[in-house]
Design a protein around this ligand. Structure first.
Ligand code: ADP
Ligand code: MG
Length: 332
């Protein structure tokens, strides 16, 4: 329901424009699933949840100028709006299934919507996610996606299971997206390998599934490693030590910035969408192999200790001063 629909002054034309936009989205995001009893078109979707599974639900909003710079390609916005949600499902060890899309648009811009839907559809197809409904309304550009998946009962990965003596791991490499953003904000352009990580993050869904039964705690790194690992520590009532020299940095990032800057981006830059997880240290080899099977890399970066908070250690095991600890909304 909206009090201000897309209108061109003609009675009823607002509804027609809204319908056309919804149809443009529906036609492009064409993933069909047998568990969708009723999708887009009625007042709500009807979905069949498999027996003995728990439904996993999450939602994330992207606001123009806050989560992506003005001028970002519509297809990249569409991809990322879904990716950030699939990353949350991945962090729970969930298998993604369905999504809802709430789109707030300044005007009925068909070119934007078609580009957006094309990018959204590329990622939805890659993960077999059906778009089952949403809302389309007028206002400052913002996109909310709600995603649903499932886990076998009591098998979800959570933030609260880290134990003293566990090792801390991350998938992939850290700091690439923040590095790309830093270059773009500085008025330059970023190497393709870095800008792809900013605009088209690959949610670590297969890695999350592989970690079920192996990881003791898991979180996706969206606000920076230090900030997100701190959430695990609070939820698990433990502390963590990270070895600065163990942080995985991509060749593209290492070629673009000096080592201290790479380290700061890896520790505190946002938008990585890697999984940071903990597991008993003795399972390292098994975990590295499982994650490799899932098509990515796992690196041991530190350990869980008694106490609280996250400390970063240099090569001599001395604590390092770190300037800022991640991206937070409402923080300034
Ligand atoms: P209502 O007024 O009952 O909320 P709408 O006219 O908003 O219905 O939506 C009609 C149908 O289109 C619903 O099934 C809704 O889920 C779907 N829908 C609306 N906007 C979107 C969107 N951006 N993406 C996907 N489905 C949408
Ligand atoms: Mg509606």
């Amino acid at each position: 329901m909206t009090w201000c629909r897309f209108s061109s002054g003609m009675p009823g034309s607002g509804n027609r424009m809204e319908f056309d936009l919804i149809e443009a989205i529906r036609a492009r995001v064409d993933v069909a699933r047998s568990d969708v009893a009723l999708g887009i078109g009625d007042d709500a979707a009807l979905l069949d949840v498999p027996a003995n599974r728990q439904l996993v639900a999450c939602t994330d909003t992207l606001v123009a100028g806050v989560h992506f710079p003005a001028g970002t390609a519509p297809g990249d916005i569409g991809w990322k709006a879904l990716a950030v949600n699939l990353s949350d499902l991945a962090a729970m060890g969930a298998e993604p299934a369905w999504a809802l899309l709430a789109l707030t648009l300044p005007d009925a811009d068909a070119v934007f919507v078609e580009g957006f839907a094309t990018g959204f559809a590329e990622l939805a197809r890659a993960h077999g996610v059906a778009l089952v409904g949403g809302d389309t309304t007028q206002g400052p550009l913002a996109i909310s996606v709600t995603a649903f998946g499932w886990v076998p009962r009591d098998c979800a990965l959570t933030r609260s299971g880290a134990r003293v003596g566990d090792a801390v791991f991350t998938t992939g490499a850290l700091g690439d997206a923040a590095g790309a953003l830093k270059m773009l904000m500085g008025g330059g352009s970023a190497p393709a390998a870095l800008s792809a990580r900013l605009h088209r993050p690959e949610p670590r869904v297969a890695a999350g599934l592989a970690l079920r039964g192996s990881a003791s705690a898991c979180i996706d790194v969206s606000d920076g490693l230090l900030a997100d690992l701190a959430h695990v520590c609070v939820a698990s009532k433990v502390g963590a030590e990270i070895e600065a020299d163990a942080l995985p940095v991509s060749p593209a990032l290492a070629a673009s910035f000096d080592a201290p800057t790479c380290r700061d981006l890896a520790l505190s830059g946002g938008d990585d969408y890697e999984l940071c997880f903990t597991a008993p240290a003795a399972r390292e080899a098994e975990i590295v192999e499982k994650i490799a099977h899932a098509g990515c890399r796992a690196t041991r970066i530190g350990r869980i200790v008694a106490g609280s908070g996250v400390r970063v250690l240099d090569a001599n095991a001395n604590e390092m001063e770190i300037a800022h600890a991640g991206w937070g909304h409402f923080s300034r």
